[in-house]
Design a protein around this ligand. Structure first.
Ligand SMILES: Cc1ncc(COP(=O)(O)O)c(C=O)c1O
Length: 450
């Protein structure tokens, strides 16, 4: 409903006061929570209020996120949660990392966005840094704001370079939800309502290089060799699905043999999440295009990129605005990226993910043996871990039980019976142990009920 200017100004002014940090009484907090729920119902999507089963089943669907640091976050009422969801992978450096925040604040004080016409120094600086930390001769960068757009750009680049338009993706793969990236989605529930998608995409089972080899031979036989094979080094949304050893190297070989580009979607696996800086580093392979997003923005700014080699990039040179976007490569996002890479190396976040991931996987396997009817499988690499439950309702129960005990997790997009654990890579051992205690308590409760 349209309001008068005076009423709009009153509302906006009140929000700005709260943003500015005006302290709130308990009563004001409660009424602000009720107002927020009402706004979600009327103006965002009321489905979202009940969709998040962990919080809804815990009877706390109105918990309102307010502040956080590291691996902890707090709601408006001051309740504290151990964040084991990490914003679906954006908080690898933790929430509000001071060094990253400071870089963004410094740049904000100079210029937050860019004129578009002059050269942008931090876009250039971030590209130079990325060239220095990505494998092989990857190092030509295009920056945007979210993962799906990084994939869109990679799809366009692969088509432009190869002149082909077929793509190969994997079952269970997740690459975003805009029309192009959605077409690579290996999960029916998200793609079915929008069939047919934009791309001519063939699917192969993830982790099965022989199946890819066979599919490529078929495509060659019918004159439809693909522009690219797109896959995640470890499937993230599928819940930390790790391919067999040797898989990525075979994918690389098969792609090279057919003149097909290998696009590695490192949007969730990148920046140390799996225990090395990039997921492909475990296999020592260099893809033709690497997509990154989520934690590259340091958990402070939205930032993503697709990165390729000078040879492939050459097709973008004659018309450098053949692919462009207004906010891509803006200075505050790029300084966040620069700070995120610096912090990732300085704090050895990949090494921390590797050792803490090994510890967590072994503890979780212990719990699996102790509660076999409840926790049925555990898998993952580094701190990208999935726990499997026998059914979706049990998965919900576990997420809700953890939420009630002050631990934030969520099911995957693919299935609620798979719960992922994806905390800040620098999470302290004390917090990890505390999380495991609360998890055991939850599993015990569920086992008793069954
Ligand atoms: C591997 C992977 N690719 C792409 C995306 C899409 O990224 P965004 O949600 O930022 O568009 C995601 C998001 O979860 C992802 O995990």
């Amino acid at each position: 409903m349209r309001l008068s200017n005076a009423e709009v100004l009153k509302l906006g002014g009140r929000y700005l006061e709260l943003i500015g940090g005006r302290p709130l009484s308990t009563q004001e907090k409660e009424s602000f929570i009720a107002e927020t729920v009402d706004s979600y119902e009327k103006h965002i999507n009321r489905g979202f209020l009940t969709y998040r089963k962990s919080v809804t089943e815990a009877g706390q669907f109105a918990a309102l996120e307010w502040s956080g640091e590291g691996a902890l976050l707090r709601d408006l009422l001051g309740r504290e949660y151990i964040d084991c969801l990490g914003g679906y992978g954006i908080f690898s450096a933790g929430i509000n990392h001071p060094r990253i925040l400071q870089a963004v604040r410094d740049q904000m004080g100079r210029m937050a966005l860019n004129s578009q016409e002059l050269l942008e120094p931090w876009r250039a600086g971030l590209a130079r840094l990325l060239a220095a930390v990505t494998p092989g001769d990857l190092g030509c960068c295009f920056f945007i704001n979210n993962g799906t757009d990084a994939i869109e750009g990679a799809i366009k680049l692969a088509r432009l370079y190869t002149g082909r338009n077929v793509f190969v993706s994997t079952l269970g793969g997740f690459h975003g939800k805009s029309m192009g990236s959605l077409s690579l989605m290996g999960k029916a529930s998200f793609r079915e309502p929008f069939e047919r998608g934009l791309q001519d995409v063939r699917f192969v089972p993830y982790g099965d290089a022989d199946a890819l080899d066979r599919e490529m031979a078929i495509l060659e036989a019918v004159g439809q060799l693909p522009a690219a094979v797109v896959l995640e080094p470890v499937q993230g949304e599928a819940g930390g699905v790790v391919p067999p050893d040797g898989y990525l190297a075979r994918v690389r070989e098969i792609c090279t043999h057919h003149g097909t580009l290998f696009i590695a979607d490192e949007i969730q696996t990148g920046m140390g999440r799996t225990g090395k800086l990039w997921g492909v580093d475990h296999a020592g392979v260099t893809p033709d295009i690497m997509c990154m997003g989520k934690s590259i923005g340091g958990g402070v700014m939205p930032l993503s990129a697709f990165v390729s080699t000078p040879k492939i990039w050459e097709v973008l040179v004659p018309n450098p605005i053949i692919h462009s976007t207004t906010f891509g490569g803006n200075p505050i996002a790029c300084v966040a990226g620069i700070a995120a890479i610096t912090v990732t190396l300085e704090e050895d976040l990949p090494g921390q993910a590797a050792s803490k991931g090994d510890y967590l996987l072994s503890e979780l396997r212990g719990l699996m043996r102790k509660y076999p009817g409840v926790l049925t499988d555990v898998h993952g690499k580094g701190l990208l871990i999935g726990m499997e439950f026998p059914t979706d309702p049990i998965g919900f129960k576990c997420a809700a039980g953890l939420f009630r005990r002050g631990v934030l997790v969520a099911g995957t997009y693919s299935k609620a019976r798979t719960i992922r654990i994806e905390p800040a890579l620098g999470i302290s051992m004390d917090l990890l142990k505390e999380m495991l205690n609360r998890l055991e308590d939850t599993l015990k409760e569920i086992a008793k009920e069954r």
